[in-house]
Design a protein around this ligand. Sequence first.
Ligand code: FES
Length: 147
Amino acid sequence: MVTLDINGKKYNLDVAPEMPLLWAIRDIVGLTGTKFGCGIGACGACKILINNEATYSCLTPVSDAKGKKIITIEGKIPNLQLLQEAWAEYNVPQCGYCQPGQLITATSLLNSNPSPSETEIDAAMSGNLCRCGTYQRIKNAIHHTVE
Ligand code: FES
């Protein structure tokens, strides 16, 4: 049994300690905003916040998340609403699949660095891939949020 704190709620999960956190969140807890893309830490679709840091949930065993504060895209995150408004204004999503992970990374960036430079935005967002190529719109939306 593993107890996880997800979005401020405690979940007692009967899962193997090595199960990737992504599967516990999606398949056991039922929070499906966090997406599976590659399963090998290459795309960022599965990003969540663990103790306020954007983290690949596909690479994190549930045992590593014990006692930590896990926040998914469904949770309350500072700056998320502002970013979502900018995402809408700049028509960022195309298919939308990678966008929860993109937003998680963007919130993590702004929460640690409220006025990031172009280079800092590029560096922070480099672990999130988008097959539709929405990168420039994502950057524009982040810039708009910090203006
Ligand atoms: Fe985790 Fe791609 S699913 S990085």
